[in-house]
Structures are given as C-alpha cells and as structure tokens.
Design a protein around this ligand. Sequence first.
Ligand SMILES: [Zn+2]
Length: 274
Amino acid sequence: MAGPEEHQRRYRDLARMAEAELWRLWAADDIAFANIPGSSRDEFGAASPEPYSADIRISRQFEPSRDPAEYATPREQANLCATACTLAHEAVHLVTATLPTLEQELMCRHLQALFFQDLLTPRMYGSRLTGSPCTAQLTPSTPALENYIRDQQRRVQAMENNQMIDYIMGVRVYRGWLTADFIIRSRDWWGGPANRRPLTRGIYLNALAADERGRNEHGLILDLLSGFRTALEWQEARTVLVDLGPLRNALRTVGAGIQSRLGAIETAIGEQLH
Ligand SMILES: [Zn+2]
C-alpha cells in the first residue's frame, strides 16, 4: 500500500473493520447473491439494510457453482475473488455509514482498488468448506469477469492518478451527493485544484456558485478556473456548466487584486466571466 503512514494506517483499520463486519453479516445470513436493480456496468453490489432481505447483495453474475468440487477451479476462484472484492466495497459503506455518502464512496473505491490489485496475483489458502488448497486469483475466466477486471483497472488508474474523485464525478448519480462544503473541505486533497479533470471543474464551479458560502470562495473558484488550459477543456466543462449566470454573479464581487488574474483566465478560455 502506497502513500503516507497516516493514510496506510487508516486504510488498514478500515480493512479490519470491513472484515469484522462481513463476518458478522455472514453469521447472521445477511449476505446474498441477487439481481442488482438498475445494474449498470458500474454496479456489482449494493449495501443497505432496508427493505431488502440481506444487508449486502452481490450481483448474480459472480455467483459460483453450487458444487464445492468445482470451487478449486480457476473460474470459480475468480468468481469468488470478484465477489470478495465487491463485498469489501459494500462493507466499507456499512462501517462508514456516518460519513457523507460521497466520502464513503471514495473510501470504498480506494480500498476496493487496493484489494483488487492484491487479487491479480495468486494467493494460496485452504478452503473452509472442503479442506482442499485453493489458489485465489482474479482471472478473466468469463465475460462478466472480463468486464469486472476492465472496470476495476480503470478505477486503479484513477487512484494512481489521484483522480478517483474525478472518476466518480463522471457518473451522474454521484454528482447528486456533491456539496459545496465537500469541495471546500477537500480543496487540497488529491493534488488540489490543479489535478482536477475539466468536467470535475465544471461540476465544482456549478456547485460553488450555487451555494451561499461557496460563491465567496473566490480563491478556490479562480484556482479551478486557472486549470483550463485551452478553450476545448473549457467547452468540456460547459457541458455541465450550462448557465454561467451564478458564476458571473459570484465573480462580480472579486477584489481589484485578482481582476488581472481573472482577465488572464478569460483570455485562455475565450469567455467573459465578469
Ligand atoms: Zn459504493
């Protein structure tokens, strides 16, 4: 696991808590394979106590064979790996339930991506069910597993670029969980405003301009705007930043000290903002 000591400790603790939660749910028969409603390419599991019969549900596409004799085969081990990897994600939701949803999702995805990387190389263990030795490895043995691996690899790439938040913002449903408070609090995380993708910048600017506290964060707004290096990047942001009215309103009150900075930004993006 890479990153600062504090970060590593946090994720180790999180993994321990998630594992304990999974054993608790398993003992209570609260984990099941199910058809995940509205399942898209991005959804392989779900966690919520109500109104479902099980607290954690994993997509049936990874349900292994009922025959324990088949458990040791690479295909079933891969199905179990995808299941375990998804279980880890959903368990983190349950143990971080007091955090805002967007922050939960980031922690879930970071831990899942770390676990996924571990599962790409063979791991030996003894099956509790049959007593036989097994080799856990996530291999693309079925089309569903192939799809899963491709998706997880994109997430790993996002994590390594410090852009998991940008990856999440690319998915419409998660944008609904974004708050100006989160943007302000996380301003220096993941490489800061300089490392945000154009689309994320657009989403952030929208949310800040629409919020009473956010629209006074002129420094942050300008840092986000400075990241647009070309008019093309700005146009990408404009797909979500449809109405410039609120942003222009927010920038109306900038002090004389940053007027020139704003002017340079306007030249770069080819748009008048104040
Ligand atoms: Zn999630």
